[in-house]
Design a protein around this ligand. Structure first.
Ligand code: ADP
Ligand code: ZN
Ligand code: ZN
Length: 839
């Protein structure tokens, strides 16, 4: 275990604190040793951000991962240029967590740091500030103090701030570091980043200087002092009349906005004299970006079923670190979470609740906010840098003992987690694809929780087969909730055969007869409808009816999606766009047709089929703005929309009582996916989207359009037969060596030249095959999509034996092989991507 997590022991004696190992955002798998300047030895430790020189020309910001006495063997340690923090931004537990992540997911700790820190804390790490090569500190014509003066002046002019502002914002300590190594121009670049990212939101206010605020006698003394200046006294009296601060000192302590003063009929210039004479002062109020709200403090009443589950979870925590709550859609998992969170907080622990990206702006967060108020921090990717930094600091300061967030919230600086909940734990969006670390937030959260000796609760209506496997093998505790909350019933399913309707000429604009009827019935009863199609745009592609030509992306091996609204064809992999040609470039025919179904087209068809209905669309294209998703949902909840068509976005966590019909337009797209998880995923997606129907007293109906109504997945979904489905799927996985029976690692080689990519992949594959552990290797093969962003992709798949040390040995050897490969001129420009537990 020592080597796994690194040694985060920190010598207390300042004389022993000679060297710091610094984590830097560079693609080299280790930390770098720097000398700690003597004058800073007392002020730094693990988790402080420092500025260091890297190579000849770069200055980077890194984080101290270790403090010790040993000079590095291979190189002469440079001295840390400066320390950026007055307290640790990252705690030792986090460093251990980063080290674990780097090792498990085969990446560099610097990459983990990059993913972990909100951009607002990363400072110059990406700007690659250039050192001035001709500058020599010892022969500089300016003494240090003067240089500081010069640089501050320059900053002041450039940034249109006062000298004091600059000093306050940049911090004198940082200025020192910059000064020692940079010329003014570069310092300004840094400064502007600092200014943007660190400037708290401040409001300029005015208040009385302290002793006069609450003390009437002191005020009288003051009046005597300024008796000779009746104008000032008049102003002051008026101020006190309008803003009675000595009756209510709180009014003074936060100061008064200039606007309020103007409204009271006081001129700013007369106040200026009072400020000059030290009677009043200007004051900057730092404002939180988050509203202050009290929690409701309401007492939550659980149903009998919920109470039983809660008791079982608590029981489960006695002997299992991880427990799985398998509760059908609408069973009321949220209220159970709330109870557990309240108890953990009351015992003084921190709590983290993970939600999939999309679910985060929904009702659930609103519900939690109602209960917990501003004790709860929200960590979301649509938040600004500043907001994220505020949550980060709020966790350190104790303001947020409870955070609900997306996958990156596992990196927040918790130091005493007691409970980690992963809701919708089966969600594939918990997996980060690019860039490294390619972690799975659920799995990483379990590790994080383990490091804190905390408890973990995984929740889902359709658990991932991995988690269910762990429950069946008693590695996890297991709790079931089989009833919907209240009297709600599970929905009824109708399978509608597209081919049958087509033959009978009953298919209208891609809607079967029964689908249209069910929608119409719901509309007649003023109920709402959700239509699911996991494909945005108008049509998956355009095709020439005469010669079959299909437009493809110039940079990727995919066809271009047709977006009618913007009148263009777009690549969903690289963003490339092109106008739709008037005639086929291959044969000159004018017959170009849009083929297949995207959400845009379905929206259009619905408007034609149900002209009286109000139709809205929810997909990536309609929810790009920060509150786009929320606004659409509010509209839907308020009943301003009758039919909502959308991608997987509408499957997650929506809880609306008037939704009675859910339509799945092309279920076959979900069934046939070349992946060993295809069945599991189809079961999950259909069950989840169906679970949006009939969540209260009205019964729901789910209509599924398919060309394969007898497919076994439908049968399992309709019967709600998760277990049987699982057992069948597991038999297959065991037979063909797939997780959870083996550990999968995907290794892809990417290069702009086809031959080079292929050759590198073969070379790598052969070296990996030689590693002496129990494993099966597949490939190398062209990727499922052979080219993305002009890079050709070849992949090898490794299936490792899970028992013994095959994993550890393989990963170690892999790292060695990759280092060798990068040292080889032939392969230096090949990008190798390692994906552990790929999805
Ligand atoms: P799940 O997440 O399990 O699908 P939810 O937590 O969304 O289910 O609960 C379904 C509905 O039942 C929600 O509208 C929720 O407010 C309501 N509900 C659940 N438990 C309670 C409770 N104990 N008291 C009141 N309402 C509840
Ligand atoms: Zn053609
Ligand atoms: Zn492309």
């Amino acid at each position: 275990m020592e080597s796994l997590f690194g040694d985060t022991y920190e010598p207390q004696d300042e004389k022993s604190r000679l060297f710091a190992d610094v984590i830097l955002p560079v693609p080299i798998p280790k930390m770098f040793t720097y000398k700690i300047p003597r004058n800073l030895a007392e002020e730094v430790g693990i988790g402080y951000r420092v500025m260091v020189q890297f190579g000849q020309k770069k200055v980077l910001t890194g984080i101290i991962g270790k403090v010790h006495q040993k000079p590095p063997k291979e190189y002469e340690a440079k001295t840390i240029l400066d320390v950026l923090d007055t307290y640790a931004m990252v705690n030792p537990l986090q460093i251990k967590f980063w080290a674990w992540m780097a090792e498990y997911y085969c990446c560099h700790i610097g990459e983990v740091m990059n993913a972990a820190l909100p951009a607002g804390l990363k400072l110059s790490s990406e700007s690659k500030v250039q050192l001035n090569p001709t500058y020599d500190a010892d022969t500089s014509p300016y003494p240090l103090d003067e240089r500081e003066e010069v640089i501050l002046q320059a900053l002041a002019t450039k940034a249109e701030l006062t000298y004091e502002d600059c000093q306050e914002l940049v911090g004198v300590k940082t200025i020192h570091g910059i000064l020692k190594s940079l010329v003014i121009k570069e310092a300004i670049i840094i400064f502007e980043q600092v200014k943007d990212k660190y400037t708290p939101k401040v409001e300029n206010r005015i208040r009385l200087c302290h002793p006069y605020a609450s003390d009437k006698q002191a005020l009288e003394r003051l009046f005597q002092e300024i008796a000779a200046k009746p104008k000032q006294e008049e102003v002051l009296l008026k101020y006190l009349q309008e803003i009675p601060v000595y009756q209510n000192p709180a009014l003074n302590s936060k100061g008064v906005e200039k606007k309020v003063i103007a409204d009271a009929g006081l001129s700013m210039s007369s106040l200026k004299t009072l400020i000059k004479n030290g009677v009043m002062e200007e004051y900057k109020l730092i404002i939180s970006r988050f509203e202050d709200k009290e929690g409701s403090g309401e007492e939550i009443k659980l149903s009998e079923e919920q109470q039983r589950a809660l008791n079982e979870i608590k029981q489960g925590f006695q002997d299992h670190q991880v427990n799985l709550l398998h509760g059908i859609t609408g069973s009321g998992k949220t209220e159970i979470y709330i109870k557990l969170i309240e108890e953990a907080l009351a015992s003084g622990s921190q709590v983290l609740l993970l939600l999939p990206e999309i679910a985060l702006t929904t009702q659930m967060v609103g519900r939690l906010q109602e209960v917990f108020g501003s004790r709860m921090g929200v960590y979301h990717s649509k938040y600004s840098d500043n907001e994220r930094v505020e949550v980060w600091n709020g966790v350190i300061s104790g303001k947020f003992a409870f955070v609900v967030g997306v996958r990156s919230s596992i990196f927040l600086p918790f130091d005493s987690l007691g409970l980690v909940i992963v809701d919708e734990e089966h969600e594939s969006s918990y997996k980060q694809y690019d860039p490294a670390p390619r972690f799975h937030a659920r799995d990483a959260a379990i590790m994080l929780s383990w490091l804190h000796q905390a408890k973990t609760l995984l929740g889902s209506a359709t658990p991932s087969f991995e988690s269910f496997f762990n429950a069946r093998t008693k590695k996890y505790g297991y709790i079931q909730l089989n009833q919907r909350y209240g009297d709600a019933k599970l929905p009824e399913y109708i399978l509608s055969d597209i081919l049958v309707d087509k033959k009978k000429n009953l298919l209208k604009l891609d809607f079967t007869r029964v689908m249209r009827e069910k929608i119409q019935e719901a509309l007649n009863k003023q109920e709402q409808v959700l239509i699911f199609q996991n494909r945005r745009g108008y049509a998956p592609y355009i095709s020439c009816e005469d010669c079959g030509w299909i437009p493809e992306c110039e940079h990727c091996d995919v066809s271009l999606t047709y977006h009618q609204f913007s009148e263009e064809m777009r690549c969903h992999y690289c963003g490339f766009k092109e106008n739709v040609p008037k005639v086929c470039p291959a044969c000159g025919s004018g017959k170009l047709a849009a083929v297949g179904l995207g959400t845009e087209r379905i929206e259009e068809s619905l408007a034609l089929l149900f002209p009286e209905a109000r139709v809205a669309r929810m997909d990536l294209d309609t929810t790009r703005s920060k509150y786009g998703y929320q606004r659409l949902l509010e509209d839907f909840g308020a009943g301003n929309v009758d039919i909502l068509v959308g991608t997987q976005m509408i499957t997650k966590g929506l809880d609306f009582d008037r939704v009675t019909v859910v339509g799945i337009l092309d279920a076959d797209r979900i069934l046939y996916f070349p992946d060993f998880r295809a069945g599991e995923r189809a079961f999950q997606q259909i069950t989840q989207v169906a679970g949006r129907a009939g969540r209260r007293e009205r019964k729901g109906t789910v209509v599924i359009q398919t060309r394969k109504p007898d497919h076994y997945v439908f049968d399992a979904v309709m019967k709600g037969d998760y277990k049987n489905f699982y057992v069948n799927d597991m038999t297959e996985r065991q037979k063909f060596f797939y997780p959870p029976f083996v550990k999968l690692i995907k290794i892809s080689s990417r290069h702009k030249d086809y031959k080079t990519a292929e050759k590198a992949a073969r070379h790598l594959h052969n070296l990996l095959s030689d590693i002496q552990v129990r494993k099966i290797m597949l490939g190398p093969e062209k990727g499922l999509i052979g080219k993305i962003k002009n890079q050709y992709i070849f992949e090898s798949l490794v299936k490792l034996d899970k028992s013994g040390n095959a994993q550890a040995v393989f990963k170690q050897e892999l790292q060695r092989i990759l280092e060798e490969m990068y040292a080889n001129k032939e392969y230096r420009s090949v990008r190798v991507v390692v994906d552990v537990d790929p999805y």
